[in-house]
Design a protein around this ligand. Sequence first.
Ligand SMILES: C[S@@+](CC[C@H](N)C(=O)[O-])C[C@H]1O[C@@H](n2cnc3c(N)ncnc32)[C@H](O)[C@@H]1O
Length: 430
Amino acid sequence: MLNRIANRRLANSFSKIKFTFAAVDWNEIYTNHVGIYIHVPFCEQLCAFCPFHKVVYRKELKDLYLKAIEKEIHTRGVGGKVEWVYIGGGTPNLLSPTEIGRILNALREHVDLANIGMEGNPLQFTPEYLQQVRELGIEKLSTGVESLKPDTLQHVNRAKADEAHIQSIVDLAKELGLTVNVDLMVGLPKQSREDFLFDVDRIGIINPQQITTYPFMEIPGVRVAPAMDSRSMFDLIEQAGQILAGHNYFRENVWVFSKTKKIYDSARDELVIDYLGFGAAAFSKVGGLQMVNPPLALYLDMLQNGRSQAFRTTVDENSENWRKFAHELYNLRLDPKVIQEMPRSIKFVLSLLRLTGNVEGNQVTAKGRFFVHDLTKTVVESLPFPINNPLAISNYEEFDKLRIAAQAILLQKEITTEPVSSPLTQQANP
Ligand SMILES: C[S@@+](CC[C@H](N)C(=O)[O-])C[C@H]1O[C@@H](n2cnc3c(N)ncnc32)[C@H](O)[C@@H]1O
């Protein structure tokens, strides 16, 4: 009951957020303590469950992209103390270590980097690759296994990595001093409960320092439907926790099980400090502003022509407080100092959570974990993401004209960006 009310409130407040696509002067935007997110929007195959901005890899497109991202880093500038760097995607390890190095070098011309992590498909990680990115200063890796079942993967258009390969990547990464996270998904179509629990046990035996169990989220842009409801996914994640406790993992937060404190969790870190996103469709959050870069073709055109544009919206104090509260809940432990500064409305919700046995003192209880799981899932599913959602853009027609023109320019150069279409995104288009 409390769940449904909280979820509805959140989804309603998100649906009111509108982005405007406009020129941006990044020099005016003050940064102090920041994280950096770099988006690599290329994959060999487009997985049907994945809503993130990406196209099928093509060398000529990747070459243009690398030049653009270097230019973006130099022209926008990077300021402040950098706390973390995540290179995400798409599939960042479709870039060679030399290309990853080009991006890091561009950043290093402006700031000292710390806590650098990258994600990638297990199939593209090789011993040489790991060695070379380690030398570039990468400290954390995250790799998407998702499932070990060929049928489940085939149904979502994803190639399977063998357990022996995953084991060798994890072993070598650890030898090199890298922290490794493996992503597993629960609720994929054609995936049975037993399949998921089997995968959890196998990955526990493979023994990366961190395992993330994501419930399949219906974010606009996905092209398949989950196999089960939120409660069933949660029950399976709880069972995964028991299996992983047997392999000596502790519960880091609602979906992450770990053997280290140095975890790979960009979603968590983005809730803590401001961050600057570089690359197509990358998010930035600075002070009260939330910005999103244009999609790929328009991003390339913008940088080639020296323009600076982004979707922009303001984050009001109320949403900012909810965001902080959601972060505390997500960690399953509430920091009393953060809670003390919360407005009365949030303290009221917390008192209800305590009254109903979801929170005891400052600890989320076993009962409360479902509340947190469902709330986090709803937050992610209803986040206003302008790229896939014309309804979240106040000047959609103006933006769409620019987007179509930029795509036509690429086509003249005989470069196409595979449209990432899906029943959901098509429905959302007016
Ligand atoms: C941005 S993706 C990149 C994965 C990377 N390309 C790879 O092949 O390993 C990062 C992770 O998000 C998770 N993910 C993607 N789509 C999801 C969805 N609809 N619901 C839940 N988790 C999702 C997957 O576990 C995936 O490994």
